[in-house]
Write a protein that binds this ligand. Structure first.
Ligand SMILES: C[S@@+](CC[C@H](N)C(=O)[O-])C[C@H]1O[C@@H](n2cnc3c(N)ncnc32)[C@H](O)[C@@H]1O
Length: 353
């Protein structure tokens, strides 16, 4: 169901001037939400939550720890307290709330890592949305003259590492739903194509003790896989493979591809799916984990992710029918869509035979 903001105010804008009837007000407040986003981004970039432990800390202590100007940090802390992210524990003193603890690096799913997925380049690209809509071109490619992953590789390894860490954190939050929805009971092997840090591979191996898995990605990702895949109980059932999915992919009963195809155009996706078919066997499965778009959108998030792909990768989110056609073009049968209780759906193709 499409959400409707016209009935109420956007919580982050409490106290904003009332400038019109509810519908106009809500639109204005969504626009002003950029300020609120910047406050959360700054808290993540400065790693403020790590600078406060179980006891209240003074703004001077926090500023020293994160390398900030005391006066400007006091103003940022005031805004965070306004949102319930940190609590005022006395003049110039701050303590954690449940919300600020969620930003700590040691939180079970670190919001800071998620916020830092694309904090610098992502922020800049969203500022170019109107430009990209005018031209139809990918803002990242236009700005840097290369695609995001080439940029990470050639120019900015640190942003690449932060980006993959953020994906891994976000993935971890969605893994339980995916593991529940994906039936691997009859498979002996799977391969996660473009599996990043390997958090999904780890969850699938833990949830399916009979199965062996391959994590397949570029070198930068394999170099920084989650430690449990290198040592620990499941490490004996996993193979870490560096490669390029446009050239070939390892063989498996089930090929998984999570939030990868939405980065690319139809011909590029076709190449990857064809390589999965070549590496699979009759009756083999190719399972995509992607959001689906529809008109009107089921949720604003689906439409926002689609725009993010326009800006950052030049790809797009697709409809169920478009994925069905993509499977058929690669010589597979479209086997349907399964919800996961997360924004991602399992979208499945079968190799005939
Ligand atoms: C958006 S991330 C998704 C990561 C992971 N599937 C997840 O859901 O957390 C895209 C992944 O595709 C990988 N990738 C990009 N180009 C690739 C290529 N040519 N061959 C293999 N992997 C590639 C990236 O390194 C990255 O890990």
């Amino acid at each position: 169901m499409t959400s409707d903001v016209t009935a109420g105010r956007v919580p982050a804008c409490e106290g904003a001037p009332v400038i019109g009837p509810p519908a106009a007000q809500a639109v204005a407040e969504l626009g002003w939400g950029m300020w609120a986003s910047a406050v959360v981004q700054a808290a993540a970039q400065l790693r403020l939550a790590d600078a406060v432990d179980d006891q209240p800390a003074s703004v001077g202590e926090i500023a020293k720890s994160v390398g900030a100007d005391v006066s400007a940090l006091t103003r940022l802390m005031r805004a965070l307290v306004g949102f319930g992210i940190f609590r005022q524990a006395g003049p110039g003193r701050y303590e954690h709330t449940e919300a600020s603890r969620a930003l700590r690096s040691d939180a079970s799913v670190s919001l800071t890592d998620i916020m830092l997925t694309g904090s610098d380049w992502g922020w800049a690209m969203w500022g170019k949305l109107a430009e990209s809509v005018r031209s139809g071109n990918c803002a990242f490619q236009e700005t840097y003259g290369k695609d995001l992953f080439t940029y990470f590789h050639e120019d900015d390894n640190a942003s690449g590492a932060a980006c993959l860490k953020g994906y891994a954190a976000q993935s971890r939050a969605m893994n339980p739903g995916v593991v529940r929805a994906l039936d691997l009971s009859r498979a002996k092997t799977f391969c996660d194509v473009g599996g990043g840090h390997g958090s999904l591979v780890l969850s699938l191996l833990e949830g399916n003790p009979h199965i062996r898995g391959v994590l397949f990605d570029r070198k930068h990702a394999i170099d920084s896989v989650v430690p449990e895949l290198r040592e620990g109980p499941v490490s004996e059932r996993v193979e870490l493979v560096v490669g390029d999915c446009f050239e070939s992919v390892p063989g498996a009963d089930v090929h998984l591809i999570r939030q990868v195809l939405h980065m690319w155009d139809d011909d590029a996706c076709h190449q990857v799916l064809s390589n999965c078919v070549a590496a699979g066997h009759p009756g083999g499965r190719v399972v995509l984990l992607e959001q689906l778009v529809a008109d009107p959108p089921e949720t604003p998030w689906d439409a926002l992710m689609d725009l993010h792909m326009l800006l950052v990768m030049g790809g797009w989110e697709r409809t169920e029918e478009e994925y069905g056609a993509m499977f058929e073009r690669a010589g597979m049968e479209f086997a349907g869509v399964t919800p996961t209780g997360t924004p991602l759906r399992l979208i499945e193709g079968r190799i005939p035979g």
